[in-house]
Design a protein around this ligand. Structure first.
Ligand code: SF4
Length: 163
């Protein structure tokens, strides 16, 4: 990994954000993915932490200048925090960012399986009748996917008939 190139990329993004106010994530995430070969799910997490640090300075500076309408901030938080929690909950139930899910071609709805890409798939083979499925309801835990919850109607390429 060319470290100087990463530092330069961070410098360039900081410069553009400082000059234009454009969100850094819209620049840094694609840079990490397309120029540095960082996997998308890692690029997003990396960029979020990077943004947390870079935005902290701007936040403190603007707050000191009394340029932050805190009432608006509070209202935005009222909407965004529940949305973020709901997203985390959904991702816990196996989101698309899961590397295991991507590598095994997991889909939460088996009718969406790409049959050309996964010729071993057969209609009727679903998580609910897979030997790895640990659940009785619509959702169950799959140890092959890191113990995350999968949909009983889902499928992945590791499907094996329940004994
Ligand atoms: S291993 Fe079985 S239960 Fe787990 S995701 Fe694949 S098909 Fe579903």
């Amino acid at each position: 990994m060319p470290e100087y190139a990463l530092i330069l990329a961070g410098f360039a993004v900081g410069l553009i954000v400082g000059l234009t106010g454009v969100g850094g994530g819209s620049l840094m995430t694609p840079i990490l993915i397309f120029f540095f070969g960082v996997k998308p799910y890692l690029a997003i997490g990396t960029d979020l932490l990077f943004a947390a640090f870079t935005k902290l300075g701007g936040t403190v500076s603007l707050a000191r200048q009394k340029l932050v309408p805190w009432r608006v901030v509070g209202q935005l938080c009222l909407g965004s925090i529940p949305a973020a929690l709901a997203t985390l909950y959904a991702l816990h139930r196996l989101g698309p960012a899961s590397p295991q899910a991507q590598s095994l071609g997991y889909v939460a709805d088996s009718s969406k399986v790409d049959a050309k890409k996964y010729p071993t798939y057969k209609a009727g083979n679903v998580c609910g009748n897979c030997q790895f499925y640990q659940g009785k309801d619509a959702w169950g835990v799959c140890p092959l996917l890191g113990g995350k919850q999968v949909n009983g109607k889902g499928w992945c390429s590791a499907w094996a008939k329940k004994a």
